[in-house]
Design a protein. Structure first.
Length: 96
């Protein structure tokens, strides 16, 4: 075993978690399985494997030039507002 109940209890205490005996057994078993699997993975020789540092799909720069263009007038911007008062859009109060 890579990890025992004492280590799981210590981690639970640090995390401010409380577990019953059945949960402690379950988590100890699960964490032990995870650590044993990680040990298997670290034993694999990956020296000849190139790291995958590229994207699966080709990406291009999605930025566009910052060009000054005319914006909407107040009337056009408020045309679809459900409740407009002057040059403002009226919304329901969400904070008391």
């Amino acid at each position: 075993m890579k990890i025992g109940k004492a280590e799981v209890a210590h981690i639970a205490n640090l995390s401010r978690l409380e577990f019953g005996d059945a949960e402690m057994e379950l988590f100890t078993s699960q964490l032990n399985d995870i650590l044993l699997y990680m040990e298997k993975l670290s034993a694999v020789d990956t020296a000849s494997v190139m790291p995958a540092t590229t994207q699966e799909m080709a990406r291009h720069n999605a930025f566009r030039e910052d060009v000054v263009a005319p914006s909407l007038s107040s009337e056009e911007a408020l045309r679809n507002a459900p409740d407009a008062t002057g040059d403002c859009i009226r919304v329901p109060k969400v904070v008391e």
